[in-house]
Design a protein around this ligand. Sequence first.
Ligand code: ADP
Length: 397
Amino acid sequence: MDTQTILVLNTGSSSLKFSLITTDDQKVVFSGLADKLGLPDATITFRHNGKKNETPLSPGNHKQAVSEIFSYIHAQGLTGSIAGVGHRVVHGGEQFKTSTVIDKAVLAAIEACVPFAPLHNPANLVGIRGAMEVAPHLPQVAVFDTAFHQTIPEHAYLYAVPMQWYRQYGVRRYGFHGTSHQYVVQRAANELGIPLNDSAFISAHLGNGASATAVLNGKSVDTTMGFTPLEGLVMGTRSGDIDPGLPPYIAQSLGITPDEVVNLLNKKSGLLGLSELSNDMRELTEAAAKGHKGASVAIEVFVFRLAKAIGALAVSLPRIDALIFTGGIGENSVLVREKVLKRLKVFGFIADAGANAKAVGGTGGVITILDSPVAMVVNTNEEAMIVKQTIEVLKNK
Ligand code: ADP
């Protein structure tokens, strides 16, 4: 293969998503998932040329998964094409304002951010160390979820708590999903023919996790997630914003520890907690249509809170060139988009019912009528953004 490629690794605590992507036109050569890592039934699945191949992985740890990926690359004669490895890293604290080549100091800095993202950063580090060991000759680049939000001004990132908490313990709003917000805003500017350096967008990334961001001239100026990804919108299983007086009250009422309360707010709340049925918007939409009360309530709260957050984000912008919907729900839920635009009457949004109904399953496009401010669907592609940033970092190395 003549074209160059980047291997993108997205390592979770028990899974590793990977894809080999060309540098010139960001085509996926192959992709896959190593799943149930650390368990006896771990597997690795490759998707290549329209075929899917799943095999058991034993002993099934992260390093072995990385090894298998490189063996596959070798067997396919693709070794020579790889220019570098791009790693998704969840938390880069205040230190990382852009993507960066990984060296010993960067590893230590990612390690130092572990207390901020105790589930994610350790897993990301395992993936990075595995790749460094298996392919020491390749440059490794870290692309942070938080980096895009480092342009948020102080008045938006500070909590109104004792300043010492910020100075000594790094207590502030960091924001997440940065790679996705940055990608869809660049795409939207392109599609609408607006120069990115003179643009004002609000992007709503609505997947299992959900966040919305105000982006002015291509830079994040406010976002709904905060110190952790628990703040902000209603999500699949996360509560989003709550009164901080609630955790001690519920801990006492249920006789559980603060950690257990946080676990319930992360895993048993959101759409799942409200509906008492599911965290999955598609399932809830179907159930609500059949009269399931909990499903309807969950959708209404989700929509209201999203619209309210969009109103709050607008404060950071001089105008709204477009409201962007992305993520599994944003890209596919005709109902959620229609309801959100209805709730945003104050901005003058009027949905184009036909265009909204058509913007599903990867089609995207503008979903408002000509006289309305623009709302649009842009399909996110975090992998493409990781490739783009990895190439940029390697160019400047
Ligand atoms: P993740 O954050 O895990 O990457 P996704 O971005 O894939 O998640 O989004 C998953 C969400 O998208 C789920 O709530 C799912 O129900 C929802 N979704 C996917 N397709 C549809 C659809 N056709 N209608 C409504 N919701 C959908």
